[in-house]
Design a protein around this ligand. Sequence first.
Ligand code: ATP
Length: 337
Amino acid sequence: MSDLPEDLTNPELVAETELAFEGALRPHTLAEFVGQKKVRGQLELLLTAASMQGRTPDHILLAGPPGLGKTTLSMIVAEETGKPLRMTSGPAIQHAGDLAAMLSSLMPGEVLFVDEIHRMARSAEEMLYLAMEDFRIDIMVGKGAGATSIPLELAPFTLVGATTRAGLLPNPLRDRFGFTAHLEFYDPAELELVISRAARLMGFEISADAIQVIASRSRGTPRIANRLLRRVRDYFLVHQSVGDRSAVDAALELYDVDTLGLDRLDRAVLRGLIERFKGGPVGLSTLAVSVGEDSETIEAVVEPFLVRAGLVSRTPRGRVATEAAWNHFNLSQPNVL
Ligand SMILES: Nc1ncnc2c1ncn2[C@@H]1O[C@H](COP(=O)(O)OP(=O)(O)OP(=O)(O)O)[C@@H](O)[C@H]1O
């Protein structure tokens, strides 16, 4: 059975039922997209220049933790260019043939979104280099000494790749993107805008200070903000409460969302760091093993927010719990000599 409080603040997990809800709240244009001012400006310039020259926009890599709007931005690129969008993901491309079939059926100008692009098969990656650069692929026919390659022209397309692990992409692939957008966690004021927009779309009243509380517990992530808002709306409905701060506090307490919005895994990592390793420094893989998770999840999903929240720092000797982390658990940091 799923543990609801844990799921609530995990931006990686998206239930089927949530997809329709997310779809309804997605902004459709760059102007509607809240926050990420720098990335918005960069994308706007890239898309406008391409449209002025009547060409397909350069390939775009969107890098950043889950739930910050990478899928949404890929949809916006398609909407802004007025072209169809084809969506797939790295794990779905396990053979070069899967990719060849998709690339050869693209319409001119189509936007191809590849989520988790760092998880694509190596053979497909190599095919993609040529496709991105020359809009061409080489199809191998036959086997062994008699094998020949037949070039196949492709319609020009824009690849939008999304990754939580830009560092894992091989250089030749990374270099073929005309632009890499690094999505940052949202600050509370931006999340307040995301939440008030979503509340408006969901058609319910909520006070400004209630919005503030939700924003402060959303881990800088719009997906979590929208999810908490949904639970708060349920609470308002069932308890027939007005959308004020005390009802929000009660709703979030019920779902065990702490004051910083930390989830079970965040807390396990922090507690492990403090209790088992006296606050560190400790290496990433040792820390991951101690909480029963793989290093990739800790590095890509858990750590970025803990670092950004000032709870963990990365040092050359390993991860260290900061004083704020000790304080969060009401523990006192031992004196470091
Ligand atoms: N800037 C934004 N303004 C308003 N809503 C946003 C914004 N960014 C994301 N959202 C909302 O947050 C939810 C998650 O966004 P999205 O699916 O684009 O994230 P993602 O980065 O692609 O996540 P993942 O990598 O896990 O697929 C969606 O419901 C979307 O509407």
